[in-house]
Design a protein around this ligand. Structure first.
Ligand SMILES: *[C@@H]1O[C@H](CO)[C@@H](O)[C@H](O)[C@H]1NC(C)=O
Ligand SMILES: *[C@@H]1O[C@H](CO)[C@@H](O)[C@H](O)[C@H]1NC(C)=O
Ligand SMILES: *[C@@H]1O[C@H](CO)[C@@H](O)[C@H](O)[C@H]1NC(C)=O
Ligand SMILES: *[C@@H]1O[C@H](CO)[C@@H](O)[C@H](O)[C@H]1NC(C)=O
Length: 258
């Protein structure tokens, strides 16, 4: 079931997206469809347009439990087998001719090891959907700010929840955000947001990280997001950035789902 690696790669910033289709099904998938009395179209439709699996559907859970058990990603007791997952990611990433295979594999699998669903199928569904911010997501500006403010990377990584939202109320995270946004000219020295630049940044992230290829769609989403969130207020410059980020993520996420 190669589509899972698309999800991992997708969360890694690599421009690559395809829609799950019947040709993506492998023998194990077909066996499981038969065993569980599901249909091909049910399975295909269980992936949303970003190739994430729908959570909370018992049939989907059973299907993933079935394929992942057959492939060895889940043990017979329904426990994740990180080594098998790693091998699979490496194998598929190697196919893409990427040099950093091993570190990418670890980066992806490590944060997922502790994910626990209500049953083994649910666990498997939650794993590819985990989008924790990782080490690889820091850009040049971020690294400068970490150094300047003497903040540990871990503090930043742990400030993101599983849905990529930032947990509010962490002063180090706030300081980190205002530092980066000022360097990137998203925020002026007086704390006001430069909405022109913010919109360009969202456009860029939608293309590079969310795989939205159509420029018109990106422009629409970015503009709608900024319009919706432009009045966000905060007690200091950092809080404004963090609240703005969360507001944009929520609103644009809602627009995308429609
Ligand atoms: C399999 O699904 C079909 C159609 O949904 C249904 O008619 C049939 O009874 C099911 N068979 C089993 C063994 O569940
Ligand atoms: C998961 O699959 C295994 C192997 O097919 C099976 O023994 C187990 O009962 C399944 N668990 C669930 C929750 O469906
Ligand atoms: C892989 O890394 C080597 C040296 O570290 C470099 O010469 C080569 O171009 C890289 N290949 C790819 C596909 O990035
Ligand atoms: C936003 O920043 C750009 C430079 O990056 C600048 O030209 C523009 O005047 C700024 N806009 C506002 C409203 O400050």
């Amino acid at each position: 079931m190669h589509t899972f690696n698309i999800i991992f790669i997708f969360s890694l910033n690599i421009l690559f997206i395809y829609t799950f289709s019947e040709t993506g099904l492998e023998d194990d998938d077909r066996e499981c469809i038969k065993t569980l009395n599901l249909t091909v179209s049910f399975v295909i439709n269980s992936f949303d347009k970003y190739n994430l699996l729908l959570e909370g559907n018992e049939e989907v859970n059973k299907f993933v439990n079935c394929t992942w058990t057959r492939l060895g990603y889940l043990t017979k007791n329904g426990i994740i087998n990180p080594d098998a997952l790693m091998k699979w990611i490496e194998k598929d990433i190697i196919k893409m001719d990427n040099n950093q295979t091993e570190s990418i594999g670890h980066t992806l699998v490590n944060p997922c090891k502790s994910i626990k669903g209500e049953d083994s199928g649910d666990t498997a569904v939650k794993i590819p959907n985990a989008k924790a911010f990782s080490e690889n997501d820091f850009d040049e500006t971020d690294l400068h700010c970490l150094k300047e403010l003497n903040i540990d990377k871990k503090v930043i990584i742990e400030s993101y929840d599983d849905n990529d939202f930032i947990k509010e109320g962490n002063s180090q995270m706030n300081a980190f955000f205002t530092c980066g946004w000022k360097k990137d000219q998203l925020q002026a020295a007086d704390g006001s947001i430069n909405f022109t630049n913010l919109q360009s940044m969202i456009d860029y992230l939608l293309e590079k990280r969310k795989g939205v290829k159509n420029a018109k769609d990106r422009e629409h989403l970015a503009k709608q997001g900024v319009d919706h969130c432009k009045d966000v207020k905060g007690d200091d410059h950092g809080i404004i950035c963090v609240k703005m980020y969360n507001c944009l993520l929520k609103h644009i996420g809602e627009l995308i789902q429609q």
